[in-house]
Ligand binder design. Structure first.
Ligand code: FAD
Length: 309
């Protein structure tokens, strides 16, 4: 038995990882959490819909979370995890360190993967200036903020029509921009029947007031600019890391995210996953709840048999 075996290593310190770490620390479990400070919502101006913290700046939520973890005795290290390995069913190894530097090795009885997703974002000038303020990707997070406004939707392919129609919850002034991509004919007809305009020209830029981060118009390779108050995009996401592959965790075939059971355990015993990398809704409050669930079940799994009465 290795002396400095942690009860659990949590990889990722967004809402999911920190929530798992907080609960594990409160169960007096020896827990080590890694983060390298690139949460998914770093561009957002505020976290919407997190009860009791609605509108809090993402950085502030995470700073508070880290303080809560460390004040309960949890250990957080700012370092990039570069690889993981299952040494045996009760022993996982994590390698961490900056690129080019010597890798340090850490061992634990359980692992939580909470490394989040990366959004595929539009490749057009102006995008970064407005992303998180008047350019969004998540209707659940920011739909309310565009109530009755003029909204452009940048999307194509099989999810484009559904994604656009969902925004009718908040506004009837919608224009779908396919950016030369495809959309099925029958879906285009359904959107037209719902008074959604469709433009197919190539999008070449976003313009607006950079000081307030307010988008005002979308520019096209041909044709008139589209005046609008906000833009939503849906171009897909990808997992931030491939640790699941190194460990052999299976993906949910419906969405290509990590399959988990009702205890947040992946298909590999002892490896749990929480947050955006699992198939549930991608919201900060859901990520935090999944982290807490993972911690509760990890704690239970570590209770020795003689105490399980
Ligand atoms: C622009 C934007 C706005 C949003 N607005 C809202 C909103 O208003 N309301 C809401 O509920 N949700 C919102 N979301 C969604 C929300 O941010 C996510 O659901 C939430 O952050 C998921 O938490 P997570 O812990 O799973 O992942 P993340 O928050 O992405 O955290 C992942 C963590 O893993 C760490 N990590 C990754 N790889 C490594 C590695 N190799 N080594 C060490 N650490 C690593 C990262 O540093 C990061 O800290 C928004 C997202 C975006 C992009």
């Amino acid at each position: 038995m290795i002396d400095d075996l942690y009860d659990c290593i949590v990889i990722g310190a967004g809402p999911a990882g920190l929530s798992a770490s907080l609960f594990l620390a409160r169960y007096l479990r020896r827990t080590l959490t890694f983060h390298h400070n690139s949460p998914r919502n770093e561009y957002a101006h505020g976290v919407h819909g997190f009860l009791g913290h609605h509108g809090i700046r993402p950085g502030e939520l995470l700073t508070r979370g880290r303080d809560e973890v460390t004040s309960h005795g949890g250990l957080i290290i700012e370092a990039c995890v570069t690889a993981v390995e299952a040494v045996s069913p009760e022993h996982f190894r994590v390698f961490a360190g900056d690129e080019g530097a010597e890798q340090k090795v850490f061992d634990a009885r359980r692992l939580v993967l909470a490394t989040g997703l990366r959004d595929l974002t539009p490749d057009c000038p102006g995008f970064r200036e407005f992303y998180g303020s008047s350019v969004h990707h998540c209707p659940d997070c920011d739909g309310y903020e565009v109530k009755n406004k003029r909204v452009a939707v940048l999307a194509h392919g099989k999810n484009a029509a559904g994604f656009t129609a969902n925004l009718l919850t908040w506004t009837g002034q919608l224009t779908l921009l396919t950016d030369q991509g495809e959309i099925a004919k029958d879906e285009g007809a359904k959107l037209a029947a719902l008074d959604v305009a469709i433009r197919t020209e190539r999008v070449v830029g976003l313009e607006g007031d950079k000081s307030t981060r307010q988008l005002q118009r979308v520019l096209f390779a041909e044709g008139e600019p589209l005046e609008c108050d906000a833009l939503f995009f849906n171009l897909g996401t990808k997992l931030a890391t491939d640790f699941h592959e190194e460990l052999g965790c299976r993906l949910d075939p419906e969405c290509d995210l990590l399959w988990v059971d009702e205890t947040q355990q992946t298909s590999i015993k002892g490896v749990y996953a929480a947050g955006d990398i699992t198939p549930n809704s991608q919201l900060a409050v859901v990520a935090a709840a999944e982290g807490a669930m993972a911690a509760i079940h990890i704690h239970r799994s570590l209770i020795p048999a003689e105490r399980q009465i």
